[in-house]
Design a protein around this ligand. Structure first.
Ligand code: HEC
Length: 142
């Protein structure tokens, strides 16, 4: 039996849909809060590189508050970010499939789903401190 290219493609798509996490992004408030508060002094990669337990993330957030992270003003936002990080960046979390691109001109961060190359969200982060707004790859893709 010969494989027709179209069925192979469909099979591939199906396999991919099984592997890629199907977190809903538009409604992922924690991720928005994370991008709005945690990319002011360093890139999101700082957190994306880590896989920590909930307790360890709590300690990190407390430390960032000590550095002056504006999330200190909202208990609700702290919980949303903790929830998000514990889930997305937990000890056994799947490797990241998101790329974060800082766009200096429009002062926002673009969340890109790497497998599908779709822009999932654009999050306003306000004025970025000078010299911090470097995209993780050093490339601008837009
Ligand atoms: C006011 C500036 C500032 C903000 C806002 C900020 N951070 Fe940081 N962050 C730092 C500094 C400075 C360091 C490096 C010093 C250190 O690692 O203790 C750091 C380091 C880190 C590290 C690496 C720590 C390690 O042990 O290697 C992580 C993870 C991190 N930040 C996560 C976050 C998260 C999550 C948020 C949002 C809740 C956040 N940061 C917001 C200043 C900030």
């Amino acid at each position: 039996m010969t494989w027709r290219p179209v069925s192979v493609a469909l099979l591939l798509l199906f396999a991919l849909s099984l592997v890629s996490p199907s977190r809903s992004v538009a409604g992922d408030e924690g991720e928005q809060v994370f991008l709005g508060n945690c990319t002011l002094c360093h890139t999101a990669e700082r957190a994306r590189a880590k896989h920590l337990t909930r307790g360890e993330w709590q300690q990190i957030i407390n430390r960032m508050i000590g550095f002056g992270c504006p999330i200190s003003t909202s208990r609700k936002n702290q919980e949303a970010v903790l929830e998000y990080l514990a889930k997305a960046q937990g000890p056994g979390a799947t490797p990241a499939t998101r790329a974060y691109v800082v766009n200096e001109e429009s002062e926002d961060v673009w969340v890109i789903d790497v497998p599908s190359r779709r822009v999932l969200a654009k999050v306003k982060v306000g004025k970025l401190p000078h010299g911090i707004a470097v995209s993780p790859t050093g490339k601008r893709s837009m």
